[in-house]
Design a protein around this ligand. Sequence first.
Ligand code: PMV
Length: 316
Amino acid sequence: MRLVTYAAPAKIILSGEHAVVYGKPALLLGIGYHCAVTVSAAKRLDAPLPPHEQIVLDVVRNALKKEKHPLSSEPVSLSVENAIPIGRGLGSSAAFSAAAVGALLHWYTGKEPSKDRINSLAYIAEKHFHGNPSGADNTASCYGGLIYYRKEFEFLKTISALNAKLPAVFENRLLLIDTGRPEESTAKMVQSVAQRYNSDPQGSDRLLSKIEKCTKRLVVSVVTEDAELFGKCIQENQEHLQALGVVSKAASAMLTQLAGYGVGKVTGAGGKASGGGYLLFYCTDRAATEAYLRSHSLPFLPVVQDIHGVHCRQSV
Ligand code: PMV
């Protein structure tokens, strides 16, 4: 039986979430938790595809049809193995889109598609899922590593792979701490920032510009391996996200509780009513922070960077 499997990584946003929806830059990192999608021929008794899978299938088939690529009408089945926590700011949906697009393109064309090709179709799928995404998540998932991303217009996106690796001095001190699944979807959080923007455009613009500065300084801190500046930017970024209204009580309470151990920020869309997703936490002393988190039964994950992005796991 023919099988094609593609895997794509989760991502974290080091700086620039929400601002990136308004044309500001964001700095992202692919991380080593993956979603893998396998395409095979459907058996006669297989149920119809779940809605998300059907959407990606339609996106890929439509793109190939437009190019007049011969398309088999044989039904396909998709199986998904996901190790990325869902709905907590780690880009599980973008990783699914990237892996599913990669596997389906390979299935229909018989060749490994380029990352650029996967990324542009994964972005279309993400628009179906989230309304008005910036495209940052799918880009980080497709390319992996450190990505500086900016969307000026639909037709003009700057994607710079900074440098393949986040220096160990940062990677070793970063943890992801779970503050619970937000009640709001990413689309809802993007909408709530839009409401804030509409009711106070000038104030919001000032805030977005501060986030932009923060993102740029963070890039400098990474390139120069300036640990102090890195920590400052993380903390400032969190203050701006708080002012933007995307930090839930659970997330800010957690940061207050952990104040003696380092600084942290929301990563991803954040939340309002209950959980705030994962916090990106920059520890002063990693072993002491982990011991504290364990002794208080606070769930956390290490940040292990992924420099590969979306890739073919098998094609047999
Ligand atoms: O919640 P996540 O991890 O999917 O991140 C969304 C990031 C936003 O900037 C809030 C939205 C976007 O489309 O970039």
